[in-house]
Every structure is written in C-alpha cells, then in structure tokens.
Design a protein around this ligand. Sequence first.
Ligand code: NAD
Length: 475
Amino acid sequence: MTGHTPIRLFIGGKWIERNGAPILNPANEAVLGIVPMAREADLAAAVDAATNGFNVWSLTSAARRSEIIRQAAANLRANADVVARDITLEQGKPLRDAQTEVRRACQVLEWDAEEGRRLYGRTIPSEPGYRNTVQLYPIGPVAAFSPWNYPLSSVARKVGGALSAGCSLVLKASEETPAAAVHLAEAFVKAGLPDGVLNLVFGIPADISRYLIGHPSIRLVAFTGSVPVGKGLAAQAGMHMKPCIMELGGHAPVIICDDVDPLDSASRSVAAKASNSGQICTSPTRWFVHDSIYGEFVNNMGEAARKIEVGNGLDPATQMGPVANSRRLAAIQELVSEAIAKGARLVAGGERIKNNGYYWPLTVLADVPADARIMKEEPFGPVALVNSVTSLPDAIKRANELPYGLAGYAMTHSADYAGYIADHMQVGNLAINHFTSSLPETPFGGTKDSGYAREGGAEGLLNYTIVRSISFLAG
Ligand code: NAD
C-alpha cells in the first residue's frame, strides 16, 4: 500500500505545487504531508479558469455531462481502497466507514449525473400566437467550501450538483483532509472533464472565501460547516447579491417514546452516536426519553457505550476512531466538564484516553441541566446527552427549543406518535426508527440556524440554476 497522496492545487487543468502547512494524522499526530496554500494570483487564475470552463461546460450537452460525471464516479470506485485509506489517515474514521463514504460519494455523483438529464423546464398555456416557456439555465461559476468530517462525500455533493447542472467550480476543500478532493479531481481528469471546469484550491479559509465571494464572476456560494462561519459567509454573499447553499450545524434531538424496547433503542442509539466519532452535523445528540423507560434506557446506553472499541481507524477491531483534530478534543473536554460541574450525571466515558492521538471515548451524560452549555452548543464529538420527559408534547417542546433545525430522530411503533412527530419537529430531515438522515435521492438540508437550500434529491440541482421565463410571439 502506498503512503499518503501528495497534495497540489488544481487550476485550469494543471497541478500546481506551493509551500504550505503540515497535515496531521489524528490517530498518532504524525505529519502525513503538506497542504499547499494558494496565493491571491492562484485564486485569480482559478476564477479565470472557472469562467472559461463555464463557457465550455454550460454548452456541453446534458447527456455528455452525465457520461463524464458517471465515468468519474467509476474511476473513484476503481481507486476506492487508496482513497478510503487517505480519508482514514487524515480524518481518523474506521477504514470500513471510509470505504462506505467513498461508495456514498460515488452514488451521489451518479444520482446527480442522472438528475442533470431531467432538469426540465415547462410550457405555460398562452394567448394565441404566444409561446411562454420556463427554462432552467446553469447559474454560473460556483465557489464551494467543504469541511473535514466527510472529505469526499461532502465534496461530491457540491461537485456533483454544480457539474450536473452545467456549472463550473472553484472548490476550497478542507486543508486538514485534502487528499479526497485531490482524488476526486484526478477521477474527473481521467474521465475527460474539460480544463477549468473543476478547480481545487487550499489556503487560508477566510482569505479564500472573501476573494471568491467578492469576485464578480462567481455566481453562487455553497458552504458546509459551522453556523458562525456560515452566517459570516452568507452575509458577505448578501453584500454581493449572491445566492447560497448553506449546510450548517445541528444538535439533533432523538425522541424515545414509551412504546419501544429500552435495550434495542439504546444500543442502536449508541451505534449511531459512535458513527464518525459524533462529528456529523446530523449526529444524534439530545435524547428525550419517556420517563416510564428512562432508567433502563440510560443504563443500557452506558453499557453499550463502554463496549465501543476506540482506536486507530486502520485497525480492523476499531469501532470508533479518534476525533479529527486537537480543537475538537479541547472543545469536547470543556463542554463535558462544564456539564458535570453544573450537575449532569456521568454514565460512561468522560475523559481523554491515550496521550498520543486525539482519542475520546463514547460519553453518556444523563440528567443534563438545560443551562449546561453542551445542551445548546453542538458538541461535534462522541457525546450523548440523555434527559427524561413526561409526554410527547413535552419532548417536542424540548426538541424544538434550540435555534438549530437540521436532523431529528424518533423511535416509536405508534403511527399516531410518528405522525405527531413528523408534523411538529422543526427539522429538515427526520428519521423514525433508524438513524440515516439522508440518501443521494432525498433532499438534505436544514431550517432555522442550520441553513437553507438543499443538496441531493430532485431539489438539489435547482439551486445551481436560474429560472428564465421566455415569452415568444410568433412574428
Ligand atoms: P470552523 O467553524 O472554524 O470551520 C468549519 C469549516 O469551515 C472548516 O472546514 C473550515 O476550513 C471552514 N472555514 C472556517 N472559516 C472559514 C471561512 N472564513 N471561509 C471559508 N471556510 C471557512 O470550525 P472547526 O473547528 O473546523 O469545526 C468545528 C465546528 O464546525 C463544529 O463544531 C461544527 O459545528 C462545524 N462543522 C460542521 C460541519 C457540517 O457538516 N455541517 C462539518 C465540519 C464542521
């Protein structure tokens, strides 16, 4: 097996080397390689390339675009072992989860490739002699920003959406997990994507976003990351009258109703919380459990959490890898300590494990006071917060009390309960009796502070288009 993939910028069809910053392996804090930092001239070249790329790509037939995107997905699949290993080395997740991420990214690209062929307009009944139609056109070059928790699938959503709709991109992928985006760009080069259609840069995030959002050629901003950064970027985009796709944070509630098995629901809850070490914007975080099964549920959560094997993602025995960086470790430590100091009951975990690498055990806190910071701030780590409620309306009230509204979950066998939850939970994505909140074919995105617009599903590509109403009077 080869080592870590060398990282370069990709601008106008050329790979470019620059000095940069070290990339760390969260499993052992070793330096894996260097991420090059773009200069302003590189950003200018990337926007120029994307502008030229747009002129070519937007005039390429939808069928040909689809073919190239599907071929890129096939190239990625063929290279899946190398890509997945790089994801684990840089980000920490277990190798099998990295392999799942590669498959999911390919499915996203394939879905979008097909949706691009179905971007239909419509004809509106008109006065005699008039033909009124509505047509969808690609919006223009896109500035896209993707995070470190899903280095490939988050990138694939933006690249798949933009390219399928006929747009070009300047993508700034995460500096901490850059290899997957490099692999994706290589897969597109091999598939025959014209030069300049996809451009990849790394650097100082705030400098890059300010430059790209302010550039007149960029017509859309797509961002996945935290609420504060998203609000800042949306404000900048607003100053330049540019639309955004904002996929921001969450603090997902899980309602456990009185009619479910407290053992099964607890063990499935723990498995979901362990996924990607809790570093998912849709990660289940606040459990509201009916008080008739609360005691048993909490005990079962604790037992299941203590069984989760934490270790290096390359070790096949590992169920949960390290958190991705030292910032997460420090933030989780602080939030957990503050909650315990405020009176939360520590049921499992609660302290850093190992001194080398960023390992944190699956932690369960029960009876967490509403004024503990962790009940309001996204822990973005493997911490489950469990509280009892007396009724379903009480659970809904607690679920909706934060400004977040991304994912929500519930467990019940009752159609009445499920209907009530669906009607009242303020989220963009609700999953009942399971924890998969999005698929390539379903629209993904939030409400309230969690953002707006959708990625995936039939809705996803619409963000990358402008609607043009065309009225034609036969002369
Ligand atoms: P952060 O807010 O500094 O960064 C989050 C992401 O945004 C990173 O990928 C970063 O490179 C990028 N970013 C930061 N400032 C930027 C700017 N001015 N312009 C463009 N991109 C910018 O925090 P972090 O420590 O990297 O991550 C922690 C928080 O980020 C978490 O608590 C979580 O809320 C959020 N996050 C959310 C997602 C998600 O999927 N929605 C993914 C990763 C991180």
